[in-house]
Design a protein around this ligand. Structure first.
Ligand SMILES: C[S@@+](CC[C@H](N)C(=O)[O-])C[C@H]1O[C@@H](n2cnc3c(N)ncnc32)[C@H](O)[C@@H]1O
Length: 288
């Protein structure tokens, strides 16, 4: 009951004390821990550029541009790009890459909920792995609509489980049984304190309410083989922000719980499981 009320308050933007997630502490390890499968980056960015019908003069804006994982390949293809982020360290990392490649983009420290741009100046706004970190994502969506040209579009990639309800998840979400067991352990631990502000379903629902037209695209299909032992070893590096934010002792206890679950569930910790990943994103056009 309480959890529902807290979640509802957050989604409606009434919990003003909650802050967006600044990635300053993650900037150094970010790229090393978020690699694309070989060849996938090209497939993904080609698909995005095609879906938004980009032309030579198209102006892109990426919200929460980070280290430029998606933005740099857009700049390399010759498009004009502006990137904003609240993390100076992530922007510094991206600036270094641009300098190294002899490329240029406009990078600003700014909050996506209050964009420092005039109305109707971008053809494409990209929100990749970022909206779920914003307590007031509705404000960001209305800012996005404001800065887009009439025929412009938003590219939204959530990259998180589709639903906050663990029972609705399966290997369509690119998760193994061990990943789902970890989510279940985290949910039980967090109780009333939701780890993230909104799921993909919540954000799409808000877009529907704004009268937006949503087209969902899927590209690629990558299978990553991973054993329970490897999953746990990876978790122990604490390279994902939601894991890093847990108190150290609690984190160690929860991982031991997962390890115990794995030993009971599988004959061996070396059994090969499959993460079947697709890249699923949405192209959104706002009603005018
Ligand atoms: C998970 S990273 C994603 C970075 C990049 N889009 C990518 O896909 O690799 C999220 C980024 O959004 C930034 N961020 C979070 N809240 C923000 C906000 N309200 N306004 C602008 N940037 C924000 C964080 O600092 C971080 O760099």
């Amino acid at each position: 009951m309480l959890r529902g009320l807290v979640r509802e308050a957050i989604l409606s933007g009434r919990c003003a004390s909650l802050m967006s997630k600044n990635f300053d502490p993650h900037a150094r390890i970010y790229d090393a821990t978020r690699t694309f499968s070989p060849g996938s980056q090209k497939v993904i960015v080609d698909s995005i550029v095609r879906s938004v019908c980009a032309t030579r003069g198209s102006r892109f804006l990426e919200l929460g541009v980070g280290t430029g994982r998606f933005a740099l390949p857009i700049v390399r293809r010759g498009y004009r790009l502006t990137g904003i982020d609240i993390s100076e360290n992530m922007l510094r990392n991206f600036r270094g890459k641009l300098r190294h490649s002899g490329l240029a983009a406009r990078l600003l420290k700014a909050d996506a909920g209050s964009l420092p741009f005039a109305d109707g100046v971008f053809d494409v706004v990209m929100a990749m792995l970022v909206l779920h970190w914003m307590p007031d994502f509705r404000k960001t969506l209305s800012e996005t609509r404001r800065v887009l040209r009439g025929d412009g579009c938003l590219v939204f990639y959530n990259g998180r489980p589709r639903s906050a309800n663990i029972n609705e998840l399966n290997d369509e979400d690119g998760l193994t049984e061990v990943d789902i067991a970890w989510q279940r352990i985290l949910n039980a631990y967090r109780g009333d304190r939701p780890a993230e502000v909104a799921s993909e379903t919540d954000i799409l629902e808000a877009l529907h309410q704004m009268g937006a037209k949503i087209e969902t695209k899927e590209v690629g299909k990558w299978v990553r083989k991973i054993t329970p032992r490897e999953t746990i070893a990876r978790l122990k590096t604490r390279s994902f922000s939601e894991d890093r934010d847990l108190p150290r002792d609690d984190f160690i206890r929860l991982v031991s719980q997962l390890e115990k679950w794995c030993r009971e569930r599988f004959e061996s910790m070396e059994v090969v499981l499959h993460r079947r990943r697709k890249f699923r994103y949405h192209v959104i056009r706002f009603a005018r």
